[in-house]
Structure formats: structure tokens, C-alpha cells
Ligand binder design. Structure first.
Ligand SMILES: Cc1ncc(COP(=O)(O)O)c(C=O)c1O
Length: 382
């Protein structure tokens, strides 16, 4: 336990609440719990990997006083880094894109981060690849810079493997039948799946993705939901550890966010809508006696001008019918896990790391993580 006078804002990361929702579930459903990452000081689940990566980089001398943190982020990871940079005295440069909400942009500014908006789309209609390539170019040009590299650094999932997994399982008193989480860089789901396979092998690991993302295979299409999805299968995610995945449309995702706010008093961020629908579907399939946990990555306050704004939805050709529990359950009931219709297949983009010029520091830190995982496996089998 750290004494208050010695603690910093970063010591408030983690120990997020876990609670049940009973107004949106039915008598034939499993128990549905939410683990809500909004109470992290940066407002999202991304505080956890951001702090872990910065801690490791400092410990290994990759990030020194006066250094600059450079990252590509649609919002949350950038906000976490901007907060950490402010708390520890680093300059922070964040590359965002037009899908980043205005509210997230203002938070980045409030923490004093330098913001670069990348407007050039990549070959999948998203901005991930153009943002990452530019971040890597900048890091090569700016002396004393460090790239946390959330998309390619295994430290991202390592953070959840080391802490979030144990915290979650302890909150459930060791009994967890299914865990549902959103996917983009694969940090959350990759780390939690690795932890739970080892410590709770009965737990079903379920991904919630955007329709149009190719994390679990398929063909890519543009989608509206910020925070979820990617045009390839991220290194942080091992599909062999994933039991099922759902792709949720933008309209259903936004509907679910609104229904959760009105029916349970939980104002959650965009990706949480997809996670909630997938969680409800799992709860319906697993039935009474089982326990499903949805990991909600952030809160809805920063989405008031988008997800929760009728004008914004209309501008994107989305008209939602009346929001209520019946509509929510109907939408959940229409979902089918991809893993049952076709195998979960990784989307591999040949030569991607070379093309984006992933920094050597990422590869060196990944070697450390892999050695750590291999040593643990060895210790368990010997
Ligand atoms: C709100 C939100 N949900 C879900 C995700 C996906 O998490 P991960 O990158 O750990 O897969 C992100 C990632 O940025 C996010 O910001």
C-alpha cells in the first residue's frame, strides 16, 4: 500500500468496479456483470497498458527525463499517455484521425499533448496504417523519443495479463463462465485470454468487433464506431485462445449504448455497445446459473456529441427506433458468433511491419515479453 503523500494520480489506475445489471436480462439468462474501466484516472482501460509500457521503458532506459512519447491513437490510449506524460514530465505527441471525437481531442489538449490529425485513409478505409507509419517516421526524426506502439508492442497485452486478469477473476471470486471484450489492438482481449486460459480454463473468451473490421477474418469495410476494429489481426491477440467473436453494426452498437444508459443508468462509451450486445447474447445462450462479464472500456461522457447525439447519427444516415429493453434484446438475439459460422481466421498482411517501419525498440521489448511468457510456461510444466 502506497502512502497517500507518496502516491501520484497514476496510482489510481486499476481496481475498477464490477457490478451486475438485472433490468436488461431475462429469467432465462445468465447473470450479467459489467467491469467498468471508466474510473481509471484517464477515463479508460488504456491507462493500464500505457502506464505499464512507460514504466518498462523508463526501467530499461528507453525513456529518459526530457524525452518525447509519440503514439498513434484514436483517442483513449493517447489520452492515457498524455496524462502520464503530464504527471511525469514528458512531451507527448499523439497522431489522431477524423474519427477521434472532439471531446477526446479536447482532453488531449487539456493534458498539454501535441496533436497531429492524420486525414489520409489507408487501403482499408481506416487510418491505422497511415497514422502508425507517420508516428514511426516522427520517432526516427525526434531525438530522445519513445514509441509505446500499442498495435505492435506485446507489452500492451502483457499489462492486462499481469494485472487486469487477476483483478477480474478475484472480483468474480474465481467463477467466470464467459468474458466479453472489445477488440482493436488486441491488448485487452489478448492479455485476458492468455491469463484466463491459465487460471480459469473453463471461461469462454468472447470478442466484440465492428462489422467491417477484419480482426477475425472476412472482408474489410468502413465503419463508424471509434475504438474498435482493425484491418488485420493484431500481434497481441492469439485467435487460438478466442472461443467466439461477434461483429456488431454501428447502428446496433449505438442503440445498445443508449439502451444501457436509459435502462441501467450506465453511461458507457461507443465500444461498450458492441460488448453489451455480445454479452447479452452469451448470457442468453449460457442460461441461468452461468456468469458473463462484459469489460466496458470507457464512459459515455466523451461521446455526448456523437453516439448520444441524434443530429450526429442522422448526419451519418443512422436513425434509431425507440430505445428500450425489448429493442436491445431483439438486437442481441440477432447476433451470431463468427466462430460458429466460419472459423476465426487471422488476417495477415504480408510485410506490414516492414512497410510501417515498426521500430526496433518494439521488437526488443517484445523479445522480453515472450521470454517472460516462455519462462512461466516452463515453470508450470516442470
Ligand atoms: C473505447 C475503446 N474500446 C475498445 C478498445 C479496444 O481495445 P484494445 O485496443 O485493447 O483491443 C479501445 C482501443 O482503443 C477503445 O478505445
Amino acid at each position: 500500500m502506497i502512502r497517500a503523500a507518496e502516491a501520484t494520480v497514476l496510482d489510481a489506475i486499476g481496481a475498477t468496479p464490477l457490478f451486475g445489471v438485472r433490468r436488461i436480462t431475462g429469467p432465462g439468462d445468465a447473470e450479467l456483470l459489467l467491469k467498468w474501466e471508466r474510473t481509471n484516472p484517464g477515463g479508460s482501460v488504456k491507462d493500464r497498458p500505457a502506464r505499464h509500457i512507460v514504466d518498462v521503458a523508463e526501467r530499461l532506459g528507453r525513456l529518459r527525463p526530457g524525452g518525447t512519447i509519440i503514439e498513434s491513437s484514436s483517442g483513449n490510449f493517447g489520452i492515457s499517455l498524455a496524462m502520464i506524460g503530464a504527471a511525469r514530465g514528458y512531451r507527448v505527441i499523439i497522431l489522431i484521425d477524423p474519427k477521434t471525437t472532439p471531446a477526446n481531442r479536447r482532453v488531449l489538449e487539456a493534458f498539454g499533448a501535441d496533436i497531429i490529425t492524420v486525414t489520409e485513409q489507408d487501403d482499408t478505409g481506416s487510418y491505422h496504417k497511415t497514422r502508425i507509419a507517420l508516428a514511426n517516421d516522427l520517432a526516427r526524426r525526434i531525438p530522445g523519443s519513445f514509441r509505446p506502439d500499442q498495435c505492435f508492442s506485446l507489452l500492451n497485452s502483457h499489462a492486462h495479463y499481469l494485472r487486469t486478469g487477476a483483478e477480474l477473476l478475484a472480483g468474480c471470486e474465481g467463477r467466470l463462465d464467459a468474458l466479453v471484450g472489445a477488440v482493436s489492438t488486441g491488448g485487452q482481449l489478448g492479455g485476458l485470454s492468455r491469463y484466463l486460459r491459465r487460471h480459469s480454463p473453463v471461461t469462454r473468451i468472447v470478442g466484440a468487433d465492428a462489422t467491417g473490421s477484419t480482426v477475425f477474418g472476412g472482408t474489410s469495410r468502413a465503419y463508424l464506431v471509434p475504438g474498435v476494429g482493425l484491418g488485420w489481426t493484431p500481434a497481441n491477440l492469439d485467435l487460438d485462445l478466442i472461443d467466439a467473436a461477434y461483429q456488431v453494426s454501428s447502428a446496433d452498437t449505438f442503440y445498445a449504448c443508449r439502451a444501457l444508459a436509459r435502462s441501467e443508468g450506465v453511461l458507457a462509451g461507443a465500444s461498450s455497445g458492441a460488448v453489451l450486445l455480445a454479452g447479452l447474447r452469451e448470457a442468453e445462450r449460457l442460461g441461468p446459473g452461468a456468469r458473463v462479464v462484459c469489460l466496458l472500456a470507457d464512459g459515455g461522457d466523451r461521446y455526448l456529441d456523437t453516439v448520444y447525439d441524434d443530429g450526429w447519427l442522422a448526419a451519418h444516415d443512422i436513425v434509431l427506433d425507440e430505445v428500450n429493453v425489448a429493442g436491445l434484446r431483439r438486437r442481441a438475439g440477432r447476433l451470431h458468433p463468427i466462430g460458429e459460422e466460419r472459423p476465426l481466421t487471422p488476417t495477415v498482411v504480408a510485410g506490414l511491419e516492414q512497410r510501417l517501419r515498426v521500430p526496433s525498440s518494439t521488437h526488443q521489448l517484445n523479445d522480453l515479453v515472450q521470454r517472460d511468457w516462455a519462462a512461466e510456461t516452463l515453470a508450470e510444466t516442470s
